[in-house]
Design a protein around this ligand. Structure first.
Ligand code: GAR
Length: 220
C-alpha cells in the first residue's frame, strides 16, 4: 500500500481546489489523504463539500479572535491535532503572518491564479485583462511571509482570449488549477520537489515537452 501524507486544507470559499485534491485522494495510489479542512468562514461552501464527503472540518471565524496570532495559533493547534503534515491553502483569503508561515516552513503551499511572480494579490484576472496579457495561468508554490511569494513548484500556462472577461478567464484557469494542485501535492509527497537556494528542484522522470503544464506528469 502506498504511504499517504496527511493534508490540511485551508479555504474561505467554494472549495473547488479542495474538491480536486479530494478527488485525487480517492485514488488508492495517490500519496496523500485529507486529514482536516479549516475555514475562517462558517458558511463557506467548501465546508459543505467536506461534510458531504465525511472529511473532518472545522470553522475558525477570524472575527472571534482579538488578534491574528491567536486566530492562527488556533488553526495550528487544530492542524496539529489532526496530524497534518502539509498545509494546502486553497482559496484561503486571509493574510497569514510570518509567525504562522514560519511554524509551517516548507510544509505549506498555495495556489494562485496567475503566472507568479506576475499578478500577485487580489483581482488577478481583472488586472491581467486590463494589461492586455496574452498568456496567464496558475502557480502552486511554497508559502513565504510576503503574499503570493515562495518557491514555485508547478505552473500552467493558459491563453487569454480577446473575448474574455474576468469570469470566463477565471473559469479557464480554474481547470488548470484543478490539474496542477494534485500534481504538486504528488510531487511533494513522493519527495520529488525539494527546495534548494529558495527554488524548487524537481526530480524523477517527468515529461513537459508537449503541454503547457510544467511538469506534465511524472513517469512512474
Ligand atoms: C482559486 O482560483 C485560487 O487560485 C484563488 O482563489 C480561488 C479559490 O477557488 N486563490 C487566490 O487568489 C490566493 N491568492 P476555490 O475555492 O474554488 O478553490
Amino acid at each position: 500500500m502506498v504511504k499517504k501524507i496527511k493534508l490540511g486544507v485551508m479555504l474561505s470559499g467554494r472549495g473547488t481546489n479542495f474538491q480536486a485534491l479530494l478527488d485525487a485522494c480517492l485514488n488508492p495510489n495517490f500519496p496523500a489523504e485529507i486529514g482536516l479542512v479549516v475555514s475562517n468562514q462558517i458558511n463557506a461552501p467548501g465546508l459543505v463539500r467536506a461534510k458531504s464527503s465525511n472529511i473532518p472540518s472545522v470553522s475558525i471565524p477570524h472575527q472571534n479572535y482579538s488578534n491574528r496570532r491567536l486566530f492562527e495559533d488556533e488553526i495550528t493547534s487544530k492542524l496539529r491535532d489532526a496530524k497534518v503534515e502539509l498545509v494546502c491553502l486553497a482559496g484561503f483569503m486571509r493574510i497569514l503572518t510570518s509567525h504562522f508561515v514560519d511554524e509551517w516552513h516548507n510544509k505549506i503551499i498555495n495556489i494562485h491564479p496567475s503566472l507568479l511572480p506576475a499578478f500577485k494579490g487580489l483581482n488577478t484576472h481583472e488586472r491581467v485583462l486590463s494589461e492586455g496579457v496574452r498568456i496567464s495561468g496558475c502557480s502552486v508554490h511554497y508559502v513565504r511571509a510576503e503574499v503570493d511569494t515562495g518557491p514555485i513548484i508547478i505552473q500552467a500556462a493558459v491563453p487569454v482570449l480577446p473575448t474574455d472577461n474576468p469570469k470566463t478567464l477565471s473559469e479557464r484557469i480554474l481547470l488548470a488549477e484543478h490539474e496542477c494542485y494534485p500534481l504538486a501535492v504528488e510531487l511533494i509527497a513522493n519527495g520529488n520537489a525539494t527546495i534548494q537556494n529558495n527554488t524548487v528542484i524537481l526530480s524523477g522522470n517527468f515529461n513537459c515537452s508537449n503541454n503547457l503544464i510544467n511538469p506534465l506528469k511524472i513517469k512512474k
